[in-house]
Design a protein around this ligand. Structure first.
Ligand code: NAD
Ligand code: MG
Ligand code: MG
Length: 342
């Protein structure tokens, strides 16, 4: 396969393509909060579509954003960015969005799941496009405020108006992505790589690696506080180096002893069998098995989801971590996530 790198930055982008539009952001969760606040600061005419009187509507209003019902927001808008959870999108689309859509509107997503797996099939006269930040919604906001941005992907699925790509670029620019780089992909590629990344590496792989390392130390009789610092706290410090200068820069900074351990022991932990399992995981994403299982978990009441989440919250590493983080002198002032507000 040959892959050409094409990156768009602010200088390449016609911002009038978003500044001349009314934008409805549906949902005010992680991405809804992150994207809408940046759009507003970039001068975009934005409203939040949310359940009237609900917790999200209150948070959005407290932030100074205009809130409408989802139905009214869809009617009012030229462009609709759907930022409610993937698993509820199909139902909300059928009941509240679709009946209010009109020809020529732009229907946007931050993840290709429902379009790619055909859970949502929009009418042919509506543009379907994507702006997907490659980072958490709260970070979209914190990076924007810091004068930076989260690299983002754009994709166009159907384009009756003929300018969906320019509109996606302008939207991405307004959330700060044009400072970092915007890359074009397809709904299929974004959906499959995003699911794989979060399952095998970023969220699933990472949390399992941290927890397993912690358990090995604690079960061998070491202090859980030491185990926390070694396996969780330092992770960010190491990843910051990897993020800024690649694996080589991280290796430049660590001791030779650490580097020798990295080079020779890492592959004993992430073995060829782990790689085989990752390939299986990717296959199940590609053939739709994961999507079917996840939607069936959602539709049957999320019992297993809640049980596993609870077990995770009660794990010793979380208890110990809370205690240790309360000792930091900087406290909560610069926290990216504040559950009462965003
Ligand atoms: P979220 O769970 O943080 O937010 C959900 C929002 O939708 C909340 O405001 C909630 O009140 C509202 N909501 C939930 N059910 C609803 C319903 N039935 N009717 C009306 N509103 C409802 O969502 P999120 O994690 O920001 O994900 C939004 C989209 O962005 C998804 O497509 C996701 O894949 C994508 N995405 C998320 C991230 C991320 O950082 N979380 C990163 C990239 C892409
Ligand atoms: Mg994802
Ligand atoms: Mg060390």
């Amino acid at each position: 396969m040959s892959h050409e790198l094409k990156v768009y930055t602010d200088a390449d982008i016609d911002k009038s393509k978003i500044l001349n539009k009314k934008v409805a952001v549906i949902g005010y969760g992680s991405q809804g909060y992150g994207q809408s606040t940046c759009l507003k600061d970039s001068g975009v005419d934005v409203v939040i579509g949310a359940r009237v009187g609900g917790a999200s509507a209150k948070k959005a209003e407290a932030e100074g954003l205009k809130v409408m019902s989802i139905e009214d927001a869809v009617k009012w808008a030229d462009l609709i960015q759907i930022l409610i959870p993937d698993e509820v999108q199909a139902k909300v689309y059928e009941e509240q969005i679709k009946p209010n859509l009109r020809a020529g509107q732009y229907l946007m997503f931050a993840h290709g799941f429902n379009i790619h797996f055909k859970k949502i099939v929009p009418p042919a006269d509506v543009n379907v496009l994507m702006v997907a930040p490659k980072g958490p919604g709260h970070t979209v906001r914190s990076e924007y405020i810091a004068g930076k941005g989260v690299p983002s992907l754009i994709a166009v699925y159907q384009d009756p108006s003929g300018d969906s790509k320019e509109v996606a670029l302008a939207y991405a620019s307004a959330i700060g992505a044009g400072r970092a780089g915007i890359y074009e992909t397809t709904f299929k590629e974004e959906t499959e790589t995003d699911l794989f990344g979060e399952q095998a590496v970023l969220c699933g792989g990472l949390s399992a690696l941290i927890k397993t390392g912690f358990e090995v130390l604690v079960e061998a009789g070491y202090s859980p506080y030491m185990a926390y610092f070694e396996c969780l706290h330092e992770m960010k410090l190491i990843v910051d180096l990897v993020n800024q200068g690649g694996i080589s820069d991280m290796r430049y900074s660590i001791s030779n002893t650490a580097e020798w351990g990295d080079l020779t022991i890492g592959p004993r932990v992430i073995t060829p069998a782990v790689k085989e399992e990752m390939k299986k995981v990717l296959k199940e994403i590609q053939d739709g098995k994961f999507a079917a299982e996840w939607l069936s978990e959602y539709n049957s009441g999320m019992k297993k989801f809640r049980q596993l989440e609870k077990e995770g919250e009660e794990h010793q590493i979380e208890v110990v971590g809370k205690e240790l983080r309360s000792k930091f002198s900087w406290k909560d002032n610069d926290k990216i996530i504040n559950r009462d507000k965003n």
